[in-house]
Design a protein around this ligand. Structure first.
Ligand SMILES: [Zn+2]
Length: 247
């Protein structure tokens, strides 16, 4: 895993640029894939955004995709991708990965809650304290799903959904027992203290998000206007999936 301290401009530019993100409308075939793989999820409650939340580059500079509850909603979720390009299988696999988290989220109390505070987030944060990111019981199956999906694409010579995927491809996908998830298996096995820590963290984020957004909206006005560098390293980072996390 590669880490380096981001420069001030790397932190501040995304904060400025990402404060008002562009909503992305996935191609109908993308939604069809998600409906096929996760048939119990209500995809009308999920919004897609190009770019990452303004705070992400500061707290997790290598994150390229995220699934989060909508902080100002009781029911909605958001999937963020740094860049959408649904002609690429890896981009679809990223969406499939994040959508797996939405499936997890809606498996607990149907995904309802107050802003950030959803039962799924409570469990995710609680196990995160003990297991970290990659060995987190919510991440392991999400990565497994992503890799299985990529293998499926490779095997069936699907490089993306542009040009359009033939109709039978969705039927074949629906037959893949290892890719279709109706419910998730999760049993909380950590200690009570982790749960209390997770609870307090979720309460904290729920309460602090609105003032933080307000402060960020003020601060971003005075942030320097510098264009982000676009170089090979940046492109590589966008395609690197090993550092993705949902928080
Ligand atoms: Zn994940």
């Amino acid at each position: 895993m590669k880490w380096h301290l981001p420069s001030l401009s790397q932190l501040t530019i995304p904060m400025r640029e990402n404060f008002h993100l562009r909503k992305h409308t996935p191609l109908p075939s993308t939604i069809k894939i998600l409906e096929t793989l996760y048939p119990l999820v209500n995809w009308n409650r999920v919004d897609f955004y190009e770019g990452l939340p303004w705070f992400t580059p500061a707290v997790a500079p290598y994150v390229t995709a995220q699934a989060l509850p909508n902080f100002y909603s009781l029911s909605r979720f958001r999937i963020y991708l740094k860049k959408y390009d649904e002609s690429r299988a890896q981009c679809l696999a990223d969406i499939v990965h994040e959508a797996f988290h939405i499936n997890q989220a809606m498996s607990f109390g149907k995904g309802y809650g107050i802003g950030f505070f959803r039962i799924w987030m409570l469990f995710y944060i609680s196990v995160f304290f003990r297991n970290g990111y990659r060995q987190n019981p919510f991440e392991i199956p999400a990565y497994d799903q992503e890799f299985r999906f990529l293998q499926y694409c490779e095997k069936h010579n699907l490089h993306g959904i542009q040009p359009a995927v033939r109709e039978s491809a969705f039927n074949e996908l629906a037959q893949q027992k290892s890719l279709v998830f109706k419910k998730i298996d999760f049993k909380y096995e950590e200690g009570v203290l982790d749960l209390i820590g997770g609870f307090l963290f979720c309460v904290f984020i729920t309460v602090v998000k609105a003032p933080a957004d307000l402060l960020a909206s003020i601060v971003r006005i005075i942030l320097p206007r510098v264009r982000p560098a676009t170089n090979v390293q940046e492109t590589k980072r966008q395609t690197d999936t090993s550092h993705r996390q949902v928080l």
